[in-house]
Ligand binder design. Structure first.
Ligand code: IPM
Ligand code: MG
Length: 354
């Protein structure tokens, strides 16, 4: 198969981690007889520097014309003082909305080799951590009206029933393919938007009698994630709660650097990105962990290109790399071998076996 992938290297460590993922994809192409072509897309701080716009419209067009988009990371201190609509992050939000990818899937799973990298106590980790956060990605407070007037600033959090229903369905469908437990996370003791969320989720539950639905307030969920993450299978939640909880969920598995994500809408063209940021403090030093990006590429093969054997092959190669005791600095522990970003990509590429 031939697939055209739009590649957004972005800022900070973005270019380094993307280079490793492309190396892996090229080798997968050779092994399985696929051709992956790459179209570079400028987005984020680098696009602000070049064009004065974090996402010029022709860049979005390139993404829409592709079979899927692979993104490194965007942002950095350099652009922190720009007004909201000109920040690198705005490019990311515009690409998500422009592609209509409302469903963001963030798996947090403990790799057995990394159990000791989790900050949680061993007895908690031993119970198992294998959950997915299904985050609504193109609605809520991220996309409501933002305004500052004098000494007052406002950000509006709005959801319609239709927006809640389509992400709710993804939550139920995801749970159905797993351990059939769905936790709907909201703040219905305070927010109207959350009360609507809860109502729609319960209405949907009638269509999914095989899935067990429970409700959890977001503050309690933040606590339960560190108290006993083994209780969770699939969490479905609105945009900002999902942003916050997915950082927390990633850390309990050892490192945010390991976690990939997929964002999908109506079609098969998806946006795939690690959940971490551009880490400007370590950019250009060849020390970043590229695994979140490499695993995002694997998700792209699995969910957008229907290449599950190829995706398994990448995941197995990552596992073999960890078995060999190789670690980037973020997950380094005693007795392991410290490797850099490029070497990590080389080892995982060499580990690809059919
Ligand atoms: C994420 C990031 C983004 C978000 C930022 C960079 C806008 O934190 O993907 O989790 O908040 O969605
Ligand atoms: Mg985030």
């Amino acid at each position: 198969m031939t697939k055209n992938i739009a590649v957004i290297r972005g800022d900070g460590i973005g270019p380094e981690i993307i280079a490793q993922a492309l190396k892996v994809l090229d080798r997968i192409g050779e092994m399985y007889g696929h051709t992956f072509t790459y179209t570079d897309v400028d987005m984020g701080g680098c696009a602000i520097d070049k064009y004065g716009d974090p996402l010029p419209s022709e860049m979005l067009e390139k993404c829409l014309a592709s079979d899927s988009v692979l993104l490194g990371a965007v942002g950095g201190n350099k652009w922190d003082t720009l007004p909201g609509h000109l920040r690198p992050e705005k490019g990311l939000l515009r690409i998500r909305a422009g592609m209509g990818v409302y469903s963001n899937n963030r798996p947090a799973k403990i790799w057995p080799q990394l159990a000791s990298a989790s900050p949680l106590k061993a007895e908690i980790v031993q119970k198992g951590i294998d959950l997915i956060i299904v985050r609504e990605l193109i609605g809520g407070i991220y996309f409501g009206e933002h305004k500052t007037e004098g000494d007052r600033a406002t950000d509006l959090l709005t959801y319609t029933e239709a927006e809640i229903e389509r992400i709710g369905r993804i939550g139920f469908e995801t749970a159905r393919k797993r351990r059939k437990k769905l936790c709907s996370v909201e703040k219905s003791n305070v927010l109207d938007s959350s009360r609507l969320w809860k109502k729609v989720l319960h209405r949907l539950a009638e269509e999914y009698p095989d899935v067990e639905l429970n409700d959890m307030l977001v503050d309690n969920c933040a606590m339960q994630l560190v108290k006993d993450p083994s209780q969770f299978d699939v969490i479905v939640t609105e945009n900002m709660f999902g942003d916050i909880l997915s950082d927390e969920a990633s850390m309990i598995t050892g490192s945010i650097g390991m976690i990939p994500s997929s964002s999908l809408g109506a079609g098969s063209c998806g946006l795939y990105e690690p959940i971490h940021g551009s880490a400007p403090d370590i950019a250009g030093k060849d020390v970043a962990n590229p695994i979140g990006t490499i695993l995002s590429a694997a998700m792209m093969l699995r969910y957008s290109f229907d290449m599950s054997a190829e995706a398994d092959c990448i995941e197995n190669a990552v596992s073999a790399y960890l078995d060999e005791g190789c670690r980037t600095a973020d997950i380094m522990s005693e007795g392991c071998r410290l490797v850099g970003c490029t070497e990590c990509g080389d080892i995982i590429t060499a580990n690809l076996k059919r």
